[in-house]
Design a protein around this ligand. Structure first.
Ligand code: UDP
Ligand code: MN
Length: 246
């Protein structure tokens, strides 16, 4: 009895977009009961993403939500550099809340960025989530891995190994947790926001749903790495051939 896993993926145009989406969609093909929610950071849905979703034959919902231009600033000043994927993730959450009924629809919600590397084993762990599950994320925060610290005797999360502010309420990357659909549907106010401090999106969002003590440590009590926060190098393109989708 495998629950439906709703994967919320923000995505935006750049040369590697199709390559990234090809990789993650083909990972998802290897997993049962996926509902892929793709939200383009664009004014309108693109043919590239529409065709890719169609050809994947995944159960999918294609949405669009453009990041407000003021929020897109790439300024070096960290106070100006804004969070990524905020409107897109919120649009995915809104779709779930508008279209699914608590109690009737069962599932788990996972924020699946388009550029990370996901093992199919990760989805077996996500399928076990009762309320909020957590696990290690490789190659993030300046460490080889960020991970919840689990007390061997109690099986509870007691803290975090994190390269950055380990004392945050939840020092966990976006790729390191999943939440029961019912919680997402009933806590309607839980959204991401630009008001959240840098690096605090995950902590503030998770605080709507749970406490550290309640977290469910998965992936063999957080001893296995099934997702990596990889980042794809921007290719140097010196010429473009027209009339071919790349
Ligand atoms: N993203 C987006 N619009 C942007 C930048 C990023 O929709 O202007 C998406 C991106 O495709 C990814 C997620 O938001 O799915 C997180 O972005 P990114 O991977 O660049 O963030 P980082 O890995 O640096 O945290
Ligand atoms: Mn990324």
């Amino acid at each position: 009895n495998y629950p439906i896993i709703y994967c919320i993926t923000p995505t935006y145009w750049r040369y590697v977009q199709k390559a990234e989406l090809t990789q993650i969609s083909q990972t998802l093909k290897l997993v049962p009961n996926i509902h892929w929610i793709v939200i383009e950071d664009a004014k309108e849905k693109s043919d590239l993403v529409r065709n890719l979703i169609e050809e994947s034959h995944l159960i999918a919902t294609h949405l669009v939500a453009q990041t407000a231009p003021v929020e897109k600033s790439k300024d070096k000043n960290p106070k100006v550099k804004r969070h990524r994927g905020v409107e897109q993730r919120n649009t995915g959450l809104k779709w779930l809340r508008d279209n699914l009924v608590p109690g009737k629809h069962k599932g788990v919600v996972y924020f699946m960025d388009d550029d990370n590397t996901y093992s199919i084993k990760l989805f077996e762990e996500i399928a076990k989530v009762k309320r909020v599950g957590v696990w290690p994320v490789g190659l993030v925060g300046g460490l080889n891995v960020e991970m919840p610290i689990v007390d061997e005797n109690t099986g509870k999360v007691t803290g975090y190994k994190s390269g950055w502010l380990p004392n945050r309420p939840f020092a966990i990357d976006m790729a390191g947790f999943a939440i029961n659909l019912d919680l997402i549907l009933t806590k309607k106010d839980a959204n991401f926001s630009y008001q959240m401090a840098k690096g605090m999106q995950e902590s503030e969002f998770l605080s709507y749903f749970t406490t550290k003590e309640e977290l469910e440590p998965l992936a063999d009590l957080c001893t296995k790495v099934y997702v990596w926060h990889t980042r794809t190098e921007t290719p140097k393109i010196s010429g473009t051939i027209p009339n071919i989708e790349v």
